[in-house]
Design a protein around this ligand. Structure first.
Ligand code: ADP
Ligand code: ASP
Ligand code: MG
Length: 403
């Protein structure tokens, strides 16, 4: 007997037919004698639909109420899943996060799971029941509902795997594993059988939404292997686990991209100690995450240019914060909110020189201009014009032998 958490994503519970199909998978696993905790996402598109409802009241809709609203999507599917299981003859019950409870801390829309009470669910599992839990949410110590960030049902599944000490954490989704790049956009993408936590974390945080990045981070810290597989085919999926088990034959494992970036350049900023801190401190205080930063050498020793990138939905807030910052002066402000970030990721890069050059040459051959660059041990990212995104991804996928 094994204890398992099975998480079904939005497409996998996107209709009644699909929920019944997912319930069959659960039933099969349960009939093998396993103890099963099911985590469900909202039906695909539901969370976006709920966000637009709140937007139509106000773009600054109350954050507490937004979390109450968004959490309802997963509550609907957990009840439908538990109902589908009982109709299929499996003892099952849904548990809302306040009933368990799943305790969260932090801000609305971006909370973290701190703890989960295992007692009642463990007792139910021992009686042969299947517990169904809504992903993406918890309750704060003061009893308010919190959501834990977009794609957060993955993080719920990993937190459950950790706290219930399950034997496996299985992520059922609409693709049959993690691919070298998004298979829905680049059909020559290849499925990866095994990938390290580190590489998956880079891919996820750089745009591969097949796994949510904070879920991968928790899995990495606590060494919780994850299986990503399809709800719709029986093909073997991808194992995300410790590097030690992985045989590296490729320098680059995958290419990720995000199309929600923006770039800002401050021209003619005074070149003196403390200026960067004066620019970035108010941005940090306003919860704006800075990604890449480039400071050019000052030709006259007096002024310099500073370029940085941010997420596109922070664009307006960033411009407002810069323009109202009395501590800084600049001659000009250039901005471009139609840029994307393309990244190549691979643990093999650590020991292979020339990857950076190869990437830049390939983009140049396609006439793609690089607007900013950042590197870490196992990734290289560039900012380019958004229109060139797929062309760049295709080219990099080919030259790094991933097709
Ligand atoms: P779920 O609703 O099951 O959580 P998501 O839509 O969040 O599913 O994630 C699955 C999607 O991730 C796929 O449909 C695919 O388009 C996209 N994706 C992006 N990059 C990758 C990748 N490298 N490998 C697999 N899928 C990817
Ligand atoms: N329904 C939430 C979202 O769309 C959480 C999830 O699906 O994982 O972001
Ligand atoms: Mg997802």
């Amino acid at each position: 007997m094994k204890k398992k958490v099975l998480k079904f994503g939005g497409t996998s519970v996107g209709s009644i037919e699909r929920i019944m199909h997912a319930a069959e998978i659960v039933k099969k696993e349960h009939s093998l004698g396993n103890q099963i905790i099911v985590v469900v996402s909202a039906m695909s598109g539901k969370t976006n639909e709920l966000i637009s409802l709140s937007d139509s009241i106000s773009k600054k809709f109350n954050k507490r109420e937004l979390d109450v609203l968004l959490s309802s999507g997963e509550q609907v599917t957990s009840s439908l899943m538990a109902g589908a299981l009982t109709s299929a003859g499996v003892k099952s019950k849904s548990w809302m996060s306040w009933q368990i409870p799943i305790f969260t801390s932090g801000e609305h829309a971006n909370a973290r799971i701190e703890n989960i009470n295992v007692k009642n669910i463990n007792a139910y599992l021992s009686e042969g029941g299947v517990a169904v839990i809504p992903g993406f949410q918890g309750v704060s110590k003061s009893g308010d509902i919190n959501t834990i960030g977009r794609g957060g049902s993955d993080a719920t599944a990993v937190a459950i795997a950790k706290i219930f000490n399950t034997d496996s954490c299985e992520i059922y989704t609409d693709v049959d594993g993690v691919y070298s790049t998004d298979p829905n956009k680049i059909p020559v993408a290849k499925k990866i059988d095994k990938i390290s936590y580190e590489e998956m974390l880079e891919l996820s945080s750089l745009g591969a939404k097949v796994m949510q990045s904070s879920a991968v981070q928790t899995a990495m810290i606590h060494d919780i292997p994850i299986q990503v597989r399809s709800t719709f085919t029986a093909r073997q999926g991808t194992e995300i686990s410790n590097q030690g088990n992985i045989d590296y034959t490729k320098i680059v494992t995958g290419v990720a991209y995000s199309k929600d970036d923006a770039k800002i350049t401050l021209i003619g900023v005074l070149d003196k100690p403390g200026i960067a801190a004066d620019i970035f401190e108010p941005l940090g205080k306003n919860q704006i995450n800075i990604d890449m930063v480039i400071q050019t050498i000052s030709p006259d020793g007096k002024t310099t240019d500073i370029t940085f990138t941010i997420k596109r939905n922070d664009f307006k807030k960033t411009l407002d914060t810069l323009n109202s910052n009395k501590k800084i002066k600049f001659k000009n402000l250039n901005h471009n909110d139609k840029v994307s970030k393309i990244s190549v990721v691979g643990a093999g890069m650590v020991t292979t020189p020339g990857v950076t050059f190869k990437m830049f040459r390939a983009l140049a051959d396609e006439n793609i201009n690089i607007l900013a660059i950042s590197t870490s041990e196992i990734k290289i990212s560039v900012i380019i014009n958004e229109n060139d995104t797929l062309k760049a991804v295709k080219k990099l996928h080919t030259i790094f032998d991933l097709d």
